[in-house]
Write a protein that binds this ligand. Structure first.
Ligand SMILES: Cc1ncc(COP(=O)(O)O)c(C=O)c1O
Length: 378
């Protein structure tokens, strides 16, 4: 019997995606695998391990807690916490032996003081973030960024200046602005390298990695592409990427519907003729977005069938040809391939005006993840 809901993650696909991405890098760039948000819904620790097997040089997460999760899972590779870390979270970050990003002198001083008080053997590695146009984290001031680098260096041996970073705002849709950002970043890298030649410069996300070799620098920070999804929300196969996650369920009930019968809350679908409805016991509680109401297909037995009616928390309804073709217990593919049919996270995202990232991160914690390598249990 199929599980109610299951996310099957192919770790071999993650390994191959990383090695494919690496093979397209302009030397000397290496790849940092971004495994924040529980590895974009795939499971941070297994995804991190697979990425490292595929040749990732390091890992990145958004929060100190996520770094701690990797360490608790036995991951020893360098981990960069890219996001803001509050005073309360700093001890967690230090205990997780991660690298941090700074954009204010207050933060540098806090980290230095805490690190000195703990008296750890190795310096804490800090990257300075220049905001070249993302308008989120980082300082917009070149001078302040250079001063911060000096302040980090002054805090040796508690701290060590590790890197110079920036983040692209629209590498997926606006190459000109990406070039502008890169042009703003380069003088900063040059300035830092004059004093600290070993500083690691990094800027590119998945979209820039695929589209802008000039942006590869020393390190690219790839997330979505590692999981085999397309940063441009196109078909991942066009870039040789293999989606690693498949989301499935099964047919729990099949029943006839007569003209005028409806399915789901709000009666948003009403049968216009004699037909059959299969109920699949997954819903928005599992990450099937409610906006997909009356607007996506699932695959059963290698054929697409339309989701009809409102997506509820725990069930969706699907119009099927007949009870002879679709039977109780049949596996249902919600994201993934079956026979020659395929539903991608990109397709679901396009239908509801969002991005594949949100579809993947949306697969909820109540869906068990099962790991395999090309079909062999991992
Ligand atoms: C600072 C930073 N770098 C890299 C990434 C990875 O981006 P992507 O998943 O598009 O490769 C992210 C993700 O949002 C990020 O916030």
């Amino acid at each position: 019997m199929a599980l109610r809901a299951l996310a099957r993650v192919n770790l071999a696909a993650i390994e191959r995606n990383v090695s494919r991405l690496r093979s397209g890098l302009r030397p000397p760039a290496g790849l940092c695998a971004v495994v924040k948000a529980d590895g974009y819904g795939h499971g941070a620790v297994p995804a991190a391990r697979a990425a490292l097997i595929g040749g990732a040089r390091s890992l990145a997460v958004a929060t100190a807690e996520e770094a701690a999760t990797l360490r608790a899972g036995g991951i020893e590779a360098p981990v960069l916490v890219m996001g803001a870390v509050s005073d309360e979270e700093l001890p967690v970050a230090l205990a997780a032996r991660c690298e941090l990003v700074a954009w204010s002198s207050r933060f540098v001083d806090r980290v230095a003081a805490l690190r000195s008080s703990v008296g750890a053997p190795a310096p804490l590695r800090v990257h300075v973030k220049l905001d070249t146009g993302m308008g989120r984290l980082g300082t917009r001031s070149f001078d302040e960024a250079v001063q911060l680098a000096g302040r980090i260096d002054d805090a040796a041996p508690a701290l060590e200046l590790a890197g110079a970073m920036t983040h692209f705002a629209s590498a997926d849709e606006d190459p000109e602005f990406t070039a502008v950002q890169l042009a703003r970043f380069e003088p900063f890298v040059v300035a830092l390298r004059e004093r600290w030649p070993g500083v690691v410069a990094h800027a590119a996300n998945s979209a820039a990695t695929l589209r802008e070799p000039d942006s590869h620098l020393d390190l690219v920070r790839c997330g979505i592409a590692v999981y085999g999804c397309d940063p441009l929300n196109e078909d991942p196969l066009l870039h040789g990427l293999e989606p690693a996650l498949e989301l499935s369920s099964y047919v729990a009930a099949v029943k006839p519907a007569a003209p005028g019968d409806s399915a789901g809350y709000g009666r948003r679908w009403v049968a216009s003729g004699e037909t059959w409805i299969a109920t699949v016991p997954v819903g928005y509680g599992d990450g099937i977005r409610r906006a997909l109401t009356n607007d996506c297909d699932v695959i059963i037995g290698g054929r697409r069938y339309p989701l009809v009616g409102t997506v509820s928390m725990d069930n969706i309804t699907v119009e099927v040809a007949s009870p002879d073709v679709v039977r109780c217990g049949d596996p249902v593919t919600i994201i993934g391939a079956d026979g020659s049919e395929r539903v991608t996270a990109e397709e679901l995202a396009r239908r509801i005006g969002t991005i594949n990232y949100e579809i993947l991160c949306g697969v909820s914690a109540r869906v068990p993840r099962v790991y395999h390598r090309d079909g062999v249990s991992a």
